[in-house]
Design a protein around this ligand. Structure first.
Ligand code: TSX
Ligand code: MN
Length: 597
């Protein structure tokens, strides 16, 4: 397709203004075809950006610059007109000042490079919950990743030509090439030139200087969470950092659950888990983001706006996530910053294979027993969701799936029980707002201190977090009796000797079963000061070895003194949100205090 064939005047003039500013050598409109994708992959193999792997098939390894390996929160900005609309948890810049700075940074920034124009849909193209975007980028790596993670195709341009709204996404690695200058495998700009910026009022994203993941694949965190969260609040829906799973009981009854966890809690593992309890089935709808709208029946319906998994590779194995390993094994995947084996396969820490020798992610020789990590800890796979053996057949249903329960959680080796049902929606919002993980000794603040990450949205909410909590309360008002039930889970409880009290992984199906049956009204619970907990007999523990009464008492008990000790930390956490923080959450904290006595 040629630029001149685009009809939408707004799209045309927006593209032309960026072409004029960035002065690329060439402009290519991406059509999402296999042919174009193969050409780009071959071109990146030739240029040294990609290595074609011997296995899995049609898969590639890419090694980034050592300084460009993760999202850069300190370079991430919400550029709303008023700073208070970004709120105290976001970095803010004045939109006009930021644009003025970009007029300098982007001037000639694509010289010597090709500008790719990627028309993409977040969500199935015909879904009323989906939204469209156009990403301009000078990175072929971004194009081939976007082709896995989103639905790329010219039909999106047809929709925009017919008047559909779109989010304007601009990305440059910020490394123009002078005449005759040789390229490097991973061009990017130094840290003080990197900018990941969001203009919520004009639905724009502008990203400069980084080629990595969430900094560059703008459909994911930038659009599907930061911009979409703003759209969701204005339009009365929800854009959440949640996996979506389908749970089927032995009678064939289905319920859908959406779950938010901070990083390093195994969200992707839960989304694809293999239940250990007979007759129960888990299938995947999505592993990271959920967009939810009210259906005509008043229930919340969720879609996964993504089309692939962009997951952390280290730790992923047949033990932790067999279905993810099977997804990757089907090929058509991109590996970023993993190690490469001598026979042209890929490897990372905790991988099932145990190679003697390989080449690590910074191209150094590596031998078994070596103390250095072979893969970067944030090494990633990009793989098509459709290849997942347990993807639910309805994962692309344009209507979405009706959600019965929300799960929140964190990594808590003390105090927090295995599972806790909120007393009502408002109490559930309190649980979401107080989501936290315990910090390791290395992290600032130190051992035992909590790192709060409300709703796992702290880095991803595109507006004032106080308003976000209010939005959650308002959704509950609107949903009334049709609102999903809310639960808080913790797979990470330890005893005093440091032993894991819960086996986790597929055994978490026992917890999902109780949640399913709470939604059905068939499982019992005991009301406590912190919420509704399962009695021992209500949790299916059949066939679970090594579970003592003492362990269970810890997992399903209320550590009153522990909870009381956490209250000052919750108060300090709440105090950070300023004057837009809803009074209801202070009321919830006071009520919990009173219940604890
Ligand atoms: O993903 C995890 N889940 C959810 C799985 C569906 N992990 C990995 C977290 C890092 C990403 C877990 N780790 C889980 C869990 O439920 N639980 C644990 C802690 C744990 C680790 C090992 C054992 C038990 C618990 N047991 C043995 O290794 C024998
Ligand atoms: Mn995520």
């Amino acid at each position: 397709m040629l630029l001149s064939e685009i009809k939408n005047a707004e799209l045309k003039s927006w593209l032309q203004s960026w072409i004029d500013l960035c002065t690329p050598d060439d402009v290519v409109i991406c059509d999402g075809s296999k042919k174009q994708n193969d050409e780009l992959c071959n071109q990146m193999v030739k240029s040294g950006t990609f290595i074609k792997l011997n296995k899995p098939e049609n898969s590639f390894l890419c090694r980034s610059e050592v300084s460009d390996v993760a999202r850069v929160e300190e370079r991430t900005y919400i550029c709303s007109k008023k700073q208070e609309d970004a709120g105290p948890t976001n970095h803010w810049k004045d939109p006009a000042e930021m644009k003025a700075e970009f007029n300098v940074l982007f001037k000639g920034s694509m010289k010597g490079r090709t500008m790719y124009v990627i028309p993409f849909s977040m969500g199935p193209i015909e879904s009323p919950i989906s939204k469209y975007g156009i990403e301009i980028t000078d990175s072929a790596y971004v194009v081939v990743n976007m082709c896995i993670m989103t639905r790329v195709g010219l039909s999106v341009i047809s929709k925009i030509d017919a008047g559909a709204a779109f989010v304007k996404c601009v990305h440059s690695v910020g490394a123009p090439l002078a005449d005759g200058q040789a390229d490097v495998p991973w061009p990017c700009a130094p840290m003080d030139k990197k900018y990941i910026t969001h203009f919520p009022e004009t639905r724009e994203i502008i990203s400069f200087g980084s080629g990595y993941g969430g900094n560059a694949l703008l459909g994911k965190k930038c659009f599907a969470l930061r911009i979409a969260s703003v759209q969701a609040r204005e339009e009365g829906w929800m854009a959440e950092h949640m996996l979506i799973l389908k749970l089927t009981n032995p009678k064939g009854i289905v319920k859908y659950v959406a779950a938010a966890f901070p990083s390093a809690c195994g969200k992707t593992n839960l989304a694809m888990m293999e239940p250990t309890i007979p007759g129960w089935k888990v299938e995947t709808i999505g592993d990271d983001i959920s967009w939810m709208k009210f259906g005509e029946d008043g229930r919340l319906y969720a879609i996964n706006p993504e089309a692939g998994f962009f997951g952390v590779a280290p730790g992923t194995s047949m033990k932790s996530n067999p279905n993810c390993m099977r997804t990757i094994a089907k090929g058509n995947s991109i590996f970023t910053n993993t190690a490469i084996t001598m026979d042209g396969g890929t490897w990372w820490e905790d991988h099932d294979e145990d190679p003697e020798e390989l080449v690590d992610w910074i191209r150094r020789p590596w031998k078994k027993g070596c103390t250095r990590k072979a893969a970067h800890p944030n090494a990633r796979f990009t793989t098509p969701a459709a290849q997942c053996p347990v993807i639910a057949p309805e994962w692309e249903d344009p209507r979405g799936v009706p959600i019965s329960a929300f799960l929140f959680g964190g990594r808590r080796k003390t105090v927090v029980p295995l599972v806790n049902e909120a007393l009502d929606w408002k109490h559930g919002v309190f649980l979401g707002a107080t989501m936290a993980s315990e910090m390791t000794a290395a992290a600032a603040g130190g051992l035992g201190q909590l790192r709060f990450d409300p709703f796992a949205m702290l880095p991803f909410c595109g507006y004032n977090m106080g308003d976000y909590f209010k939005h959650w309360l308002e959704i509950g008002e609107k949903a009334g009796s049709k609102a999903p039930k809310i639960f808080y889970v913790n797979w990470f409880r330890k005893n005093d000797a440091g032993k894991w009290l819960w086996p986790g992984y597929g055994e978490n199906s026992r917890v999902l079963k109780w949640i399913f049956e709470r939604c059905d009204g068939t499982a019992s619970c005991k009301a406590t000061a912190i919420g509704n907990l399962p009695e021992e007999k209500a949790l299916d523990l059949d066939g679970l070895k090594d579970m003592t009464h003492d362990d269970l008492a810890l997992l399903l008990g209320v550590d009153k003194e522990g909870w009381k000790a956490v209250i000052p930390q919750i108060e300090a956490h709440f105090a950070k949100f300023g004057d837009r923080f809803p009074a209801e959450l202070h009321k919830q904290l006071d009520a919990m205090k009173a219940r604890l006595g």
